[in-house]
Design a protein around this ligand. Sequence first.
Ligand code: UD1
Length: 362
Amino acid sequence: MRVVTVVGNRPQFVKAAAVSRRLRERHEELLVHTGQHYDDDMSRVFFEELALPPADRELRVGSAPAPVQTGRMMEALQPVLADSRPDLVMVYGDTNSTLAGALAGAQLHVPVAHVEAGMRSFDRDMPEELNRVLTDHASALLLCSTDTAAGNLRGEGISDGVRVVGDAMADVLVEMAPLARDRSSALEATGVERGAYLLATVHRAGNVDDPERLAAVVELLSALPAPVVFPVHPRTRARLEASGLEARLERSSGVRTTPPLGYLDLIALAASARGVVTDSGGLQKEAYLLGVPCVTLRDRTEWVETVDAGWNTLVDLDAEAAARALERPPPDARPDLYGGGHASERICAEVDAFAATASRLG
Ligand code: UD1
């Protein structure tokens, strides 16, 4: 079967790294990079560290307001899909690249497989929520990380093609965490000691685009009860500069900012941290898998199991609640929630089954 995989952002490079290698053993894959993330430290480093095959097509769409960016991606995808005539379009997660790939595939009557289907925050103000819902409703094969996600789809009347396969990000973590420990010198480079610092990341539009909320983020990070390593996403960097909050952050003696980090450095820092403070979905999961308590700077999460298991606390931007959560000892138990590192096997098995059915019907 011929599969066109559409990626464009950091978290998608990570997930595709687990799946692409295996997929290529049995199918022909054309990897398309939309160019939504284009800086070396947002893109190239992930391809290199995770041995993701180089993109077969680069659409070089770059940054733009969401409707423009999504439209450009679809325009650039049309000839790629028309020329390569795939049997399946594969997309990951919930970004503009995900939606563009799904919609372009569906409009050209190519079945779409969505990895990480069914995640919901039930907050339609989040650009990602819109992308997820629309992508799921355009997909034929809905590959869910958790039972909760499959339940969310049932709630929206989607049951055909829904499979619970585990989480591909977990596969990469299982494989790469030992390598990160051996190869990364991020702790030395940032001057922190194992177990004595916090790792923070903040990039959600809802937290950084509103200057008042961004100011609250800066106050919260500055008041945390341990030194903080804070790799700054380019969106966040731009908003900090525009609002004059960058100087306030740099003055805070407890916060050490860094440029965006590659996968190995980020995982090495997460693995040795006393806690993780984040609004990223991926990092909530990664912290759980590494056995590091997480404080999430949102009032809800798609990864509800991490909260139910007691390892993740939602504090929105309440600095005192964040500090309190970080003082609590972590729970004793950490059940396997995300497929134990076998999601990519199951995803590829589902693609095989889909191919078998398609060839029987075709
Ligand atoms: C996107 C996803 C988000 C995901 C995140 C992972 C959407 C709606 N959002 O958010 O779900 O969690 O990726 O990181 O798709 N920029 C650079 N260099 C780059 C890329 C971006 O400087 O390589 C800057 C630009 O100023 C750009 C801004 O960052 O305008 C935001 O980038 P964009 O890709 O639009 O969204 P993210 O915030 O990265």
